[in-house]
Ligand binder design. Structure first.
Ligand code: ATP
Ligand code: MG
Length: 418
């Protein structure tokens, strides 16, 4: 049996890097006032169709959607924002305190063509802030991402930022865009021609090379911003500059989901080939209302966890595995039982202790102790047990000490906890 295409095991040898990222991210999120939220993996299809947008790549072709036994249409979550917004509304969080900051870490599912950095089950680290319109929050999220990547030792990443405007400036932009697209219609792919009436903005996100060339000079949202959106974006840029966060204004960045308004950004790397985005985010001031809540500004980002780890693996080998504290060499039945009881007590005290239950010889057990890279070996044979003293050997210095059986566990804890 094999995993399904695009799904993969993350094996123990890769886990230390995943844990390192999780630890740094959680620590930063807490310092910045985020609370962890855990959302279901399965939701009603309608939630994603309505929030991400019917005419988007994710909804049109990437979602794992199936009817459950009663015929309800369900979908494996392709992203986290929609579910977090649903939760915010469902639990009426806006009523007690509209200002909320959440983070979550977990798997997402998109049926894309698998390749390096692109999987059908992948992981995201996601952060969302509700209830704040201020541009400082936009800067803060980009600053936070920048700080996280710095702490993880990453360089060579760049923040591409853009403003997508708001419902006030959208209509004039859409008109300019449609006029432009009309003149390029013959050069667009079938998908884009079809989308022209339904969702012209998505054409700007088309990955087909010919389309990309045809729309190179398309009007940009940035050139059609209303005064409020322009001021908002200027504040984001000015504060990022003051904070020493490098960024590139990228007029062509539109992101693949419909709900974004105003600031949108992507953190890109040059080291992962075509899969260049390690994180993406943006403001979505209309989504809470769209999904049935009160008008609430909101903003968030998602880090591609798999890609982030792949970037780290290029510069950073996984942290060394911690050596074992103690290996108990137990020879004979009585020693086996004693060794077992001691090992559990030591494990309970937080000491990494192992033994071998297969009745091997002294020589084989010492070999195993070496293989497990242990700091200490405790040698328990029938003689040691009758004489009431037992030998602890330091594998680095080769020093040996005799310990009395009566006080063995507290003595071991004292020595090994150092
Ligand atoms: P891309 O342009 O690479 O398809 P996206 O815009 O579809 O990315 P988002 O929806 O913004 O991605 O998700 C945020 C991040 O999640 C991305 O920047 C990326 O790092 C990661 N990501 C998205 N899809 C996948 C995938 N199929 N496999 C691995 N990581 C992914
Ligand atoms: Mg995508």
């Amino acid at each position: 049996m094999q995993t399904i295409r695009g799904f993969r095991d993350i094996l123990p040898k890769h886990i230390p890097l995943w844990q390192k990222v999780e630890k740094e991210a959680t620590c930063l999120f807490e310092a910045f006032g985020f609370k962890e939220i855990r959302i279901p993996i399965l939701e009603k299809t309608e939630l994603f169709a309505r929030s991400i947008g019917e005419v988007t790549d994710i909804v049109e072709k990437e979602m794992y959607t199936f009817p459950d036994r009663k015929g309800d249409k369900l979908t494996l979550r392709p992203e986290a924002t929609a579910s977090i917004v649903r939760s915010y509304i469902q639990h009426k969080m806006y009523a007690t305190d509209p200002v909320r900051k959440f983070f979550m870490i977990g798997p997402m599912f998109r049926r894309e063509r698998p390749q390096k950095g692109r999987y059908r089950q992948f992981y995201q680290i996601d952060a969302e802030i509700f209830g704040v319109e201020s541009a400082y929050i936009d800067s803060q999220l980009i600053y936070l991402l920048n700080e996280l990547f710095k702490r993880l030792g990453l360089s060579g990443l760049s923040a591409h930022i853009n403003s997508l405007g708001c419902p006030k400036c959208r209509p004039s932009f859409q008109k300019a865009l449609l006029d432009f697209l009309e003149s390029k219609k013959s050069r667009l792919c079938d998908n884009c021609t079809r989308r022209m009436d339904k969702n012209p903005l998505r054409i700007l996100d088309c990955k087909v090379l010919d389309c990309k060339e045809a729309i190179a000079d398309a009007p940009a949202t940035l050139d059609c911003l209303c005064k409020e959106c322009e001021d908002h974006f200027n504040t984001v840029k000015a504060t990022l500059e003051k904070q020493g966060v490098d960024f590139i204004v990228d007029k062509s960045l539109v992101r693949g989901l419909d709900y974004y308004t105003r600031t949108a950004w992507e953190i890109q790397t040059t080291t992962l080939g075509a899969q260049s985005a390690v994180a993406g985010g943006g403001r979505y001031d209309g989504l809470v209302k769209e999904l049935g809540g009160p008008q609430t500004p909101a903003i968030g980002f998602a880090i591609g966890f798999d890609r982030l780890v792949e970037v780290m693996e290029q510069i950073d080998k996984a942290p060394e595995e911690k050596p074992l504290d103690l290996f108990i060499v137990s020879l004979g039945d009585t020693a086996m039982e004693k060794g077992y009881l001691w090992s559990c007590k030591l494990n309970q005290a937080g000491i990494r202790t192992e033994m071998d239950f297969r009745g091997k010889s002294m020589k084989a057990l010492m070999k195993r102790a070496n293989k497990l890279n242990t700091q200490y070996v405790l040698i328990a044979g029938e003689n040691e047990l009758t004489e009431n003293t037992i030998i602890l050997r330091n594998m680095n210095t080769k020093e040996q000490v005799s310990l009395s059986l009566e006080t063995l566990i507290p003595e071991l804890i004292k020595i090994l906890k150092k």
